[in-house]
Design a binder for this molecule. Structure first.
Ligand code: LLP
Length: 426
């Protein structure tokens, strides 16, 4: 387990006392465990190997895009799923080969498509008819042939939070599955796009096999239909979505996913790939924060120095994150219920309501917000002029700062005041 409790040092992450990091780096501070990440990366791969099912692994780097994270995953043989030109630059900078990069996303600009073509990345997952023709045009202008897959919307309900559901009719993603077969035939005539197959992403934080099975069965039917019409389908990209346990969910195992993929797509003789984000990165991270103040009342509040600008998930999706005291007696002292909030001037800046923490929680105590490695730091903003928090990587007992805390001076330095505003009036 990544988290352990020590009688003298309190909460440890991958064996390093969190109070040591807080004292050296300050709070709030994001912490990533390299060994936890490697362990998960290997376990996911092993689930497919155990079934003799070759699969290309593309980490959905939107969930965590730090260079160190990408470097570790590259060393574990992972490519990436990107959704912007910025992510492509980051991936290339971390040494990920273009052949390991897949480009998803519902609105890719001309410049982003051009960059993808020029770098000759593995494949562009095209989200609409319009984008398919635009890709062809841009590839022609570059004198290249772009590899692409059609991202289909299978119209499956992923049975997850509304805001992270992506594969239902009416969601903005993908090409309607009924049109996709005909479009595949049309695309075969394009000179500068080579369609290699189909792609799908059903939703995020999916907890059961049902929606995966339904979506992939539909995909398999489409592959057969497209082949029956005389076209080649070489590749199927199964997307991400594998959920984790944040609270008391029964989390699916990689073996479940591998099993469903084997069962539905395993005998189609296609190159398979997946794009997991959360499953790999969420449990590798925590947000370390300090209590600014406790406020007695009804309810009693714990005000942390981390806020919704750091970790947006609870305020955006009402998501649940484990909240643990770092002090040695944190797990044994009598508790009471608190509302855990941040200092941002919005009622939605709440991490949790009615959460049990030590009754004597006080100013200066350290608190860890758990499973924040996915969609944590990457979704931060500087709202309320709160600079981006520092990041730390722990690796086999060593630790280091991997992103300096941003300063307010950095924020101001990026702004300019037009001269005419100050020239006359001061
Ligand atoms: N592939 C595509 C095309 C995606 O859109 C996504 C996530 C993934 C893969 C990775 O999904 P995962 O394995 O992480 O579930 N900010 C939200 C999650 C948004 C997910 C968007 N798409 C959250 O904090 O829960």
């Amino acid at each position: 387990p990544s988290l352990t409790m020590d009688a003298r040092d309190g909460l440890l992450f991958e064996g390093v006392p969190l109070h040591v990091i807080a004292a050296a780096v300050g709070t709030p501070c994001w912490i990533t465990g390299a060994e936890t990440l490697r362990h998960r990366a290997k376990a996911l791969r092993a689930a497919f190997e155990a079934r003799n099912l070759p699969v290309n692994l593309h980490f959905a780097m939107k969930s965590q895009d730090h260079q160190a994270t990408l470097t570790i995953l590259r060393q574990c043989g992972y490519g990436v799923d990107i959704v912007s030109g910025g992510e492509m630059q980051r991936a290339l900078h971390a040494g990920i080969q273009p052949s390991g990069i897949v480009f998803s996303g519902v609105g890719k600009s001309d410049a982003e498509l051009r960059a993808a073509i020029e770098h000759d990345i593995a494949q562009v997952n095209v989200e609409s008819v319009e984008e398919l023709y635009r890709l062809d045009e841009i590839a022609r202008a570059c004198g290249r042939v772009a590899r692409a897959a059609l991202r289909v919307n299978p119209d499956v309900d992923a049975d997850t939070h509304d805001k992270i559901s992506t594969g239902r009719a009416g969601d903005k993603f993908g090409i309607e599955h009924r049109r996709a077969v005909a479009l595949y035939g049309e695309a075969a005539r394009l000179k500068n796009v080579r369609l290699v197959g189909l792609a799908v992403h059903l939703g995020s934080q999916m907890l059961t096999a049902g929606p995966f099975r339904e979506g992939y069965m539909r995909l398999a039917d489409m592959v057969r239909e497209i082949r029956a019409a005389g076209h080649t389908v070489e590749a199927v990209d199964c997307g991400g979505g594998l959920g984790i346990r944040y609270r008391d969910e029964i989390a699916p195992s990689p073996d479940m996913l591998a099993g469903v993929i084997a069962e539905t797509l395993g005998d189609l003789d296609v190159r398979l790939s997946i794009e997991p984000g959360r499953w790999l990165s969420a449990p590798t991270g925590l947000l370390l924060t300090r209590v600014i103040e406790t406020k007695a009342g009804n309810p009693d509040f714990v005000v942390l120095d981390a806020a919704m600008n750091d970790l947006a998930r609870p305020s955006l999706y009402e998501s649940w994150h484990g909240i643990m005291p770092v002090a040695p007696n944190g797990l044994t002292s009598p508790t009471k219920l608190w509302d855990i909030v941040g200092p941002v001037c919005e009622s939605s800046d709440i991490f949790a309501r009615d959460r049990a923490l030590p009754a004597d929680t006080k100013r200066g105590d350290l608190i860890a917000l758990l499973d924040t490695g996915a969609y944590g730091a990457v979704m931060s903003s500087t709202y309320n002029s709160r600079p981006f928090a520092a990041q730390v990587l722990i690796d086999n007992g060593k630790w280091d700062i991997i992103r300096q805390r941003q300063s307010v001076a950095d924020l101001i330095a990026a702004e300019t005041v037009p001269e005419w505003l100050t020239a006359a009036r001061n």
